[in-house]
Design a protein around this ligand. Structure first.
Ligand code: MN
Length: 203
């Protein structure tokens, strides 16, 4: 099959429309949700997690709506990530976090509304980019990444990454989380603190 024949099978252009505050993506091809019960072991404060789980295991933490046409090299996947506000113990709500299976695959996150942190890590090195509306954060290849909501409202980001990237959640699980936690500070803001469960660089 020639290159032009391959491209022809990718189909027609498409438009999607994002709600920058609600976070929904009209025209999305998929959606998934993560609730409190799906996030076992993610938060450092196991007692706080257990208490919240007993109260409301279905508490919605985040959802993702995305547009996927092909999962092959050269195509793009894009969509919205919507992270609800709140904390588990002192730790702010966050996504599970992952690294791309193909190590050189990159990503951007464009903050549409809310206030968050894009927490990244590679080989024990840590980067935290503050997300406010308009920020476009670039995730270099090989970096673990997760988003954290440190604000009072939903954190809505638009992401885009190569369609063949793949997502590997296991390095963060194996290392007892990421090296730093994003927690509420004494003045009501946010700060990074050492993760007491962290067992060493995972990626
Ligand atoms: Mn990613």
């Amino acid at each position: 099959m020639s290159a032009s024949e391959r491209i022809a099978t990718w189909g027609a252009p498409a438009a999607t429309v994002v709600d920058p505050v609600g976070g929904t993506l009209a025209g999305a091809t998929g959606r998934y949700e993560k609730r409190l019960a799906d996030l076992q072991g993610v938060f450092a404060d196991a007692d706080a997690y257990a208490r919240l789980l007993a109260e409301d295991p279905d508490r919605l933490h985040y959802f993702v709506e995305d547009f996927r046409r092909e999962e092959r090299a050269g195509d793009l996947i894009f969509g919205t990530s919507v992270l609800l506000p709140g904390k588990v113990g002192r730790e702010f709500h966050m996504t599970r976090g992952h690294v791309h299976q193909l190590e050189d695959r990159t990503e951007i996150y464009h903050c549409l509304s809310g206030h968050g942190i894009l927490l990244m890590e590679r080989g024990g090195e840590v980067e935290a980019i503050e997300l406010t509306p308009g920020t476009i954060a670039y995730v270099a290849g090989g970096w673990l990444h997760r988003s954290v909501n440190v604000g009072a409202d939903q954190l809505v980001t638009l992401f885009c990454y190569p369609a063949d990237s793949g997502q590997d959640y296991s390095p963060i699980e194996r290392a007892g989380g990421m090296a730093r936690l994003v927690v509420e500070s004494a003045d009501g803001g946010w700060e990074l603190v050492e993760n007491p469960r962290y067992t060493g660089p995972a990626a």
